[in-house]
Design a protein. Structure first.
Length: 226
């Protein structure tokens, strides 16, 4: 049966979870008996496997998705990130909040855990001002950044954005619309285009690094700077 019923699946899952428990117990006894020290990588893998087993047991017993769920024994720092795309609904790898100044890309935040980029708008503006030593007057950003909090911040700092306007149109709504179109066009052609360039030409879509530090270094070599 390819798709097993709950009646068949539950006892099978329970048996499969019990099997690694027995294997871990045997390996613990074996480690106590041997005289030589096992490599550090071996102990790290054992810890990761035990943690995965405890997470799977929690998921089976209570039906709760464990926090920081491990999806790879080799790369225990990877987390599934829901993208909502048609081709790939879930992706694995680093998530980056990037800013661009005069066609030069900078990474404002990088994390293997999922995070909301919209909360980084204020920090991104301050990062841009710190790098350029100039007050930001115009900023283009995706729709996810157009929160009320970010709108208030941009208004108080007199920053022109391409956020979709709310409420009644102002006296200068025609001029503001033209400016928003220009900002969006520049952002779409330069910033969004740089993602594809970095993935295809700098092979950020085929990162073969084996450690977290090397993977982050590969990403920085791929185009953006810190």
């Amino acid at each position: 049966m390819r798709r097993k019923t709950n009646k068949k699946r539950i006892p099978l899952t329970r048996a499969l979870l019990h099997l690694p428990k027995k294997i871990n117990r045997e390996l613990d006894d074996l480690e106590n008996d041997v005289d030589f020290e096992m490599p550090k990588l071996y102990h790290k893998r054992r810890r990761v496997i035990k943690k995965i087993h405890s997470q799977q047991q929690l998921l089976f017993a209570k039906g709760e998705k464990p926090k920081n769920r491990i999806v790879s024994i080799h790369k225990d720092y990877l987390r599934p990130i829901v993208r909502g795309k048609e081709i790939k609904s879930i992706e694995f790898g680093a998530k980056v909040n990037k800013l661009q100044i005069d066609v030069i890309n900078f990474i404002q935040k990088i994390s293997f855990d999922n995070f909301n980029e919209g909360t980084q708008f204020k920090n991104t503006i301050y990062k841009a001002q710190g790098l350029s030593k100039t007050r930001v007057k115009i900023a283009g950003a995706d729709a996810i950044y157009a929160t009320n909090k970010n709108r208030v911040f941009a208004t108080n700092k007199q920053i022109q954005t391409d956020f979709k306007p709310k409420g009644k149109p102002s006296k200068h709504h025609k001029q503001q619309k033209q400016l928003k179109i220009l900002i969006t066009k520049e952002r779409a052609s330069r910033l969004e285009g740089s993602f594809g360039k970095e993935k295809e030409h700098y092979h950020l879509n085929k990162i073969k690094a084996k450690t977290k530090a090397t993977e982050i270094l590969w990403i920085f070599f791929g185009g953006p700077h810190c």
